[in-house]
Ligand binder design. Structure first.
Ligand code: PLP
Length: 390
């Protein structure tokens, strides 16, 4: 098996930062206690958990008790949608959810699950630029709408959604607002007061913390029926012994990401633009998917006319370059990207698309090498399909 030399799939996951790993290790050795235990080693674990909660609350500009730790972004999204929906069912009011056609499957499949129980869901489509219009969200709102869920930044095309504007118009109608900020974390402000949202999902492994840890921010007074039954952890909101080491690591990673935000974004933005320009200039028949400016600093999503994205990715892999064709969860399946399709991109270009997502440790040399490999691969694949069409 060949190895990965250039990793360009940071939207799928990021490596754990060495400093994060080091900060976590004591919670798997000397500070091993259960944070719910009253004796010394338990209190040490509790202190770590409390520090993590306070540190993250500081980044989100919220109260520490408004943070509920979860086992990742998927659980946070499930909890937000199902928790709010079931609370409204119990309360006997509100049966309708507005979300978008470009959400991650953690939101889309949660919404589809709720439809099976009689909830109604409207899926607002984005424009061709991959951005959802607040007016379209407003038009989808009904008298019985109880939840609006719009992602902050898209995981496939990196487009940034006007969440604060959407939240304002939803709140004017007394509707709860959730945003999946999993891809935005570490790149965009997570100030929940400025965003004006009630629920925010985050996932540690997108910002150099481990996989399997995340959180849901829940503004006080938000109607929500907690989904996990068991012990009294997380203030009775999410039963199960907390993964203290991972939570601690997530807090360290988030704090570092926001301390270094400007420098990281400037570095990523420069590499992204170098990659986009290189591909558009040197490979004819290449198109950028998603708005060029209103996108995450590390996201490049392009379509090559006349080639299969999956084949391009295999060629990249053979050269030690890791990238993907969209969300990692659908890689390996033949389903075309629901995001690109919802944007109205024709099926042949959807099939010819690849996603390259950059990270803080990528270099300009890596970008130049990737461009060179893609120039060769796309030209070769086009020649081969021209021959086989003869
Ligand atoms: N939401 C978005 C936008 C994502 O990109 C992802 C992961 O790719 C998730 C949710 C799910 O997060 P996790 O992998 O932590 O379950």
């Amino acid at each position: 098996m060949n190895q990965t030399d250039i990793y360009l799939d940071h939207a799928a996951t990021t490596p754990v930062d060495p400093a994060v790993l080091e900060a976590m290790l004591p919670f798997m050795s000397a500070r091993y206690g259960n944070p719910s235990s009253i004796y010394a080693v338990g209190r040490e674990a509790r202190a770590g958990l409390d520090w993590a909660r306070a540190t993250i609350a500081n980044v989100l500009n919220c109260q520490a008790r408004e943070i509920v730790f979860t086992a990742g972004g998927t659980e946070a999204d499930n909890l937000a949608l199902k928790g709010v929906a079931w609370a409204h069912r119990l309360g006997g009011r509100g049966n309708h959810i507005v979300t978008t056609a470009i959400e991650h499957h953690a939101v889309l499949h949660s919404a589809e699950y709720l439809e099976k129980f009689g909830f109604a869901v409207t899926y607002v489509r984005p424009g061709r630029d991959g951005i959802v219009r607040p007016d379209d969200v407003a038009a989808a709102i009904r008298d019985d709408t109880m939840l609006v869920s719009v992602m902050y930044a898209n995981n496939e095309v990196g487009t940034i959604q006007p969440v604060a504007e959407i939240a304002r118009l939803a709140h004017e109608r007394g509707i709860t607002v959730h945003t999946d900020a999993v891809q935005a974390a570490g790149a965009l402000s997570l100030d929940v007061q400025a965003l004006d949202v009630d629920l925010v999902s985050l996932s540690g492994h997108k910002f150099y913390a481990p996989k399997g840890v995340g959180l849901l921010y829940v503004r006080r007074q938000t109607p929500i029926l907690w989904q996990q039954s068991g012990g009294a952890q997380e203030n009775n909101h999410r039963a199960g012994t907390e993964n203290v080491a991972a939570i601690y690591g997530m807090a360290v990673a988030l704090k570092t990401a926001y301390r270094e935000l400007e420098a990281r974004n400037a570095h990523l933005g420069a590499l992204r633009d170098r990659l986009i320009e290189g591909l558009l200039e040197r490979i004819p028949g290449t198109g950028l998917n998603g708005d060029a400016r209103c996108r995450l600093p590390g996201n490049v999503n392009v379509s090559f006319q006349g080639v299969e994205g999956e084949t391009v990715l295999l060629n990249l892999d053979m050269q030690g370059i890791a990238a993907s064709s969209g969300s990692a969860c659908t890689t390996g399946s033949t389903e075309p990207s629901h995001v690109l399709s919802a944007m109205g991109i024709p099926p042949n270009l959807v099939n010819g698309s690849i996603r390259l997502t950059l990270g803080k440790d990528n270099t300009a040399e890596e970008i130049d090498r990737t461009i060179a490999v893609l120039v060769d691969a796309v030209a070769r694949l086009r020649r081969m399909s021209a021959v086989s069409a003869d």
